[in-house]
Design a protein around this ligand. Structure first.
Ligand code: MG
Length: 302
């Protein structure tokens, strides 16, 4: 703190506000109110809230020793506002082993008078993981939903099985592709990339790159998930449709759904895998190939 205050010495401000970055709910009106309090003559100012819970004095094992009076007590938040010269001088005179709860205490120890102004519940300190959910609700929705779509098709060729949505299914043909030709998961990866606005599967895993030859498509799905995380977003729902006459998908649908949910880390009810045919029309109807389409929904910071 002292170093920060000294760093301002070259271009000394009249006032300085010292804030705890773990309290993101700071509003411009509160800053204005603190500055006004200093302008009106207070030596220091800080936002504070009254206590609404009863107070007890306890021992180390939380046995109640007695009641504590809450009248006349306030919970002090930040930012705490000071005249720059006062708080700089207050810190400069501190001994190395001095210990204070907050900057207000340092200033008061140096004889600065302090006035508290009405605080703001939204200035809560984010300390524990569960605090983030509370803060998100308090600040309103700061996320937007984005939906991406994906499509993929692979040609049938020699083989005795296909891999669809991570599940190996015995068949009289195989699917031709550079990787394991899992059209279901390829469409899914493109849908996720689409929701992120981050190119397509070919850009991330060029078919010309030998390292993806025969690769399990789980690698591609995991990579797309990593990009979601890096964007500060989260995947909330996917819907994959497989389009083919054969192999029949219905007997494997539940397994594909469970496998997809597992790889995505999503609850099963947010994962859909379904199948349809083209009524024997076109290349899919002639069983020359198999196609898949997918939708993915992500929530990302607005
Ligand atoms: Mg593909």
């Amino acid at each position: 703190m002292r170093a920060g205050l000294e760093a301002l010495a070259g271009d000394a401000p009249d006032f300085v506000l010292i804030h705890d970055a773990a309290r993101p709910g700071l509003s411009p009106p509160l800053i204005a109110a603190l500055v006004r309090t200093l302008e009106e003559g207070a030596g220091a100012a800080a936002p504070a809230l009254p206590l609404s819970d009863a107070l007890k004095r306890v021992d180390a094992n939380a046995w109640v020793l007695g009641e504590a009076e809450r009248v006349g007590l306030m919970r002090v938040q930040t930012p705490q506002a000071f005249r720059y010269a006062d708080i700089r001088a207050a810190y400069a005179r501190l001994s190395a082993d001095a210990s204070f709860d907050d900057d207000l205490a340092v200033a008061r120890a140096a004889g600065v008078d302090a006035q508290l102004i009405p605080g703001d519940a939204r200035l809560m300190k984010l300390t524990h993981a569960e605090d983030f959910a509370v803060a998100e609700q308090m600040f309103g929705s700061t996320r937007v939903s984005c939906v991406g779509s994906g499509f993929d098709a692979h040609r049938f060729g020699e083989g005795d099985h296909v891999t669809l949505c991570g599940v190996r299914i015995a068949h009289t043909k195989g699917l031709i592709g550079h990787s394991d030709a899992d059209a279901g998961w390829h469409a899914l990866v493109d849908a996720i990339l689409g929701a992120l606005g981050d190119g397509d599967i070919g850009a991330h895993f060029p078919p010309t790159d030998p390292q993806w030859k025969g690769a399990a498509s789980e690698i591609f799905v995991k990579h797309a998930l990593e990009l979601v995380e890096r964007a500060g977003a989260r995947l909330v729902h996917v819907d994959v449709t497989l389009i083919c006459e054969r192999p029949k998908i219905a007997p494997h649908r539940d397994t594909m759904r469970a496998r997809t949910a597992e790889v995505l880390g999503l609850p099963i009810e947010r994962v859909s895998v379904k199948a349809t045919t083209t009524e024997r029309l076109g290349f899919l109807g002639r069983e020359e190939g198999l196609a898949a389409q997918a939708l993915a929904t992500i929530e990302r910071p607005a």
